[in-house]
Design a protein around this ligand. Structure first.
Ligand code: PCD
Length: 777
């Protein structure tokens, strides 16, 4: 019987709603200095000279670091999470607008900013490379002279080409399209920042920083600074959102470390909004050509895709190292197909580095968008209803576990049930009738579907690592004598409520109240090693570790309880949160009583040293595969191109829900993300590489005005390999919603002959799509 799962109010909210959270920028240390970064105004230029003398003469300036200064410390370049290198402060060239060139340290933040203007940099402009489609042209400017392969980052393929070609040859219909998943940005409300405090006497570095992966970061800092790992403490306090932006380390963090070492004082660096949008991790930027092959009656036979991935100036993608295109090759989505094949080429351009998994489970977002757009196009070509076409091709429940044509093994699913529920909730047939009536009146209403499958919870250590570190996570569980527990985990919440849900996981296993369990995270001195939070992996991996540790505690408690009952452990059963003597359920001991006994002087059975504490390291056997069926209803004004999202129906299946309220909150958030991406957002550049999206005036965040109150539904198909059957949910709605929105808008515009339009579907882009189609109804 579950007693701890359920819509428990979030424990962390008590401090957040009272303004008592502690974010990096709230921390003030005695003698702390402030750093600011001088950034390149040019996208591509050789650095001839940097003159910092005037800045150094500023009365409040304590130090200025240039690339040369860092080079002397061996810190001018840093590793990226994907095994490339990235300039911390540029020495040779600048490679994107906004790149870090110098670091000023002053007694206050304003003086540091002012002094930036006193630094004189002599740049020799170089031709910029902005359009990824020209990156591999013979005459293209070379961005990375340090690498052998010109502007090519990687070539990567997955699937079976001959089998796919054969499937296409056998098809009655082939539909193809070029589509762009634009460069987007996670844009957490709290930007990135750090405070470095180097203690030269003890050789210890304490770094407070906005980090989704404190332990992995510690390994990187150790390699880069030469400070031994056990002398480095990373503290990631409350985070105001992460969304993947806080997975990499950034030059500003390292500048703070070097500056603290140089000045002997703590140094804080916090980026502003424009710096965040222009220089920290972008996401997506996939230029795709997709094709789908089918029979005349709508049976999907094959899929293929060719992708050009714009990686910016350094390959700072954050995803398991054996997968340069992330998990894009899950692009057959939720459908049966005979074969599939994809080719992805990554290129360098003069843009900010990144390629982070902004709510995308490592590029599954791009993959879902591709297959869901193609499925809709196929339906249109065949004159079939898109819901019917999907229903016909969805994997069937009896096919699970299902191994797809590009190698994924989906753990569990009942797809038709989820789609049926979404159609029922939407009143689909009625919506189609309404659409026909409106069309007859010259009103443009769209109904867009998407069905997605994600793979989250990286990952099995046999084939998933980041920087060579296998993706396992530890959990330490201590049970105090009075039965109150403290769980220490390696992952780090950014707002998604781990302090509540992880307490629920432990409480459920031990028959405690979630209030009796505190969760410690975000401090490498107090938590076990693990790879951190992203790719919706906390619940699948670290949550599993917490459950395994709790079950170890429960087994120890069984032995102690047996000694207390003077019974054999085999005669005990765990029932209703207590150990009981089988056949005599009134004889019962809860964890609190057993914990007190384990700490007392009673004689314990051999093999039990005392205490109930336990720890675990969890190596997931597979990813978990959440899925969902989404329906978006839009109204489009063809005169202005304005899109209104009228309704959004979302049925999600993330297996067993620990806290359904938090799960729904995650879905709300992800739907807003997806509406923003589909309708409003792109980090764009002019032809010489000026970033045109450096503020929230140009890079729009969706608000309640653009987002309807979503109508949520749930099905529960437990993961067979997760200890409690849970799958991740954090990114699902961001993955699943953009294609539903775009399919809806394109459906609305069908009478004009519009078959596709690239995101973001801003009023201007919608209007242009109507004009380009050139057919009025
Ligand atoms: N859950 C439950 N149940 C289930 C699942 C889940 O309850 N079945 C819950 C948990 O526990 C948590 C949440 O829910 O609390 C979530 O989870 P998951 O799915 O596991 O996830 P995680 O790992 O925790 O997290 C992560 C994610 C991500 S990834 C992202 S982007 C985003 C999301 O998360 N971010 C964020 N969400 C969020 N929210 C918030 N508020 N904030 C943020 O920032 Mo990446 O890769 O990083 O890009």
């Amino acid at each position: 019987m579950s007693h701890a799962y359920g819509p428990v109010p979030r424990k962390e909210d008590a401090r957040f709603i009272r303004g008592q959270g502690t974010y990096v920028d709230d921390i003030k240390l005695p003698g702390m200095l402030h750093g600011a970064i001088l950034r390149s105004p040019l996208a591509h230029a050789r650095i001839v000279a940097v003159d910092a003398n005037a800045a150094l003469a500023h009365p409040s300036v304590v130090a200025v670091l240039t690339g040369e200064d860092l080079a002397e410390r061996g810190m001018a370049w840093m590793p990226t999470v994907f095994g490339d290198v990235q300039a911390v402060l540029a020495t040779d060239k600048v490679r994107f607008q906004g790149q870090e060139v110098a670091f000023v340290v002053a007694t206050d933040r304003y003086a540091a900013r002012d002094a930036l203007e006193l630094i004189v940099v002599d740049y020799e402009p170089l031709p910029p490379l902005i359009d990824p489609l020209t990156a591999l042209d013979p005459g293209a400017p070379v961005i990375r002279e340090d690498l052998p392969d010109g502007n090519r980052v990687f070539d990567w393929t997955a699937g079976d080409k001959p089998a796919t070609d054969a499937a296409f040859a056998a098809a009655d219909v082939v539909v193809g399209c070029d589509m762009i998943y634009p460069r987007s940005h996670p844009a957490p409300l709290e930007t990135c920042g750090a405070i470095a405090d180097y203690d030269a006497v003890n050789g210890r570095l304490t770094l407070w920083s906005t980090s989704q992966a404190p332990h992995a970061h510690r390994v990187m800092y150790a390699a880069l600074t030469g400070i031994p790992e056990h002398k480095i403490r990373i503290v990631s306090p409350d985070l105001g959102g992460g969304f993947g932006a806080k997975v990499p380390i950034y030059p500003g963090y390292l500048c703070a470390v070097a500056a603290s070492q140089a000045t002997g004082r703590p140094v804080k660096w916090v980026e502003d909004r424009s710096e965040s949008l222009m220089s920290t991790a972008f996401a997506r930027d996939y230029h795709m050509h997709g094709e789908i092959a089918a029979t005349a009656d709508g049976e999907i036979l094959g899929l293929r895709a060719r992708v050009l991935a714009d990686h910016g100036a350094f390959n700072a993608a954050a995803q398991p190292s054996k997968f340069p295109a992330g998990f894009f090759h899950i692009f057959t989505g939720s459908y049966r197909t005979r074969a599939a094949y994809c080719e992805v080429t990554g290129v360098f351009t003069n843009k900010a580095p990144g390629g982070v998994a902004y709510s995308c489970s490592f590029r599954i977002t791009e993959a879902v968008y591709l297959v869901e757009r193609l499925t809709d196009m196929l339906a249109r070509r065949l004159g079939m209803d898109p819901a019917e076409l999907r229903m016909r091709n969805l994997l069937r429940p009896e096919q699970f576990p299902y191994t797809g044509p590009t190698g994924w093994q989906y753990d569990s699913g009942d797809y038709p049930r989820a789609l049926r529920l979404a159609l029922d909730m939407a009143g689909y047939d009625e919506l189609r009738r309404e659409q026909a009536e409106r069309r007859a009146r010259g009103e443009y209403m769209g109904i867009g579907l998407s069905f997605f499958t994600e793979g989250v919870g990286a990952g099995p250590r046999s084939h998933m690592d980041i920087m060579g570190l296998a993706m396992s996570d530890g959990a330490d569980l201590r049970v105090h004598p009075t039965g109150k527990a403290v769980l220490a985990v390696s992952v780090q919440t950014q707002g998604q409520g781990h302090e509540t849900t992880f307490a629920q996981l432990v409480a459920e296993e031990l028959g405690l109240s979630p209030d009796d369990v505190d969760v410690v995270h975000g401090d490498t001195d107090r938590t076990p090693f693990g790879l951190g939070t992203y790719g919706s992996r906390s619940t699948p991996v670290s949550g599993a570790a917490a459950v395994v540790a709790a079950r170890k505690v429960r087994e120890r408690a069984r032995l102690v309880a047996a000694a207390m009952f003077e019974a054999s452990p085999d005669d005990l059963e765990w029932l209703d949160g207590k150990w009981r003597v089988r056949g005599d359920p009134d004889q019962a001991l809860g964890i609190a009583e057993i914990a007190m006994a384990a700490h007392s002087t009673i004689e314990l059975p051999t093999g039990i040293e005392g205490h109930l504490d336990a720890s675990a390291v969890y190596n997931p056997p597979n990813l978990t595969f959440p899925f969902g069926a989404y329906i978006c209803v839009t109204d489009v004004d063809p005169g202005t191109g304005e899109v209104k999202v009228r309704r959004f129906i979302a049925v999600d299946d993330c297996g067993v829900r620990i806290n359904p309220m938090i799960v729904e909150g995650q879905v709300h958030r992800g739907l807003a993300d997806g509406i923003g991406i589909a309708l409003m957002q792109a980090i764009s550049f002019d032809e010489i590489g000026n970033c045109l999206s450096g503020s929230f005036m140009d890079y729009l965040l969706p608000t309640s005005l653009e987002c309807p109150s979503p109508e949520l539904g749930a099905t529960v198909t437990p993961s067979p390999h997760h200890p409690v059957g849970a799958k991740g949910i954090g990114e699902s709605a961001t993955v699943g919603s953009p294609p539903a929105v775009v399919n809806s808008v394109v459906d609305a515009l069908a009478p004009f002959g519009v078959t596709h339009a690239d995101m973001p579907l801003t009023p201007a882009n919608v209007w242009l799509a109507i004009q380009a189609a050139g057919r009025l109804s």
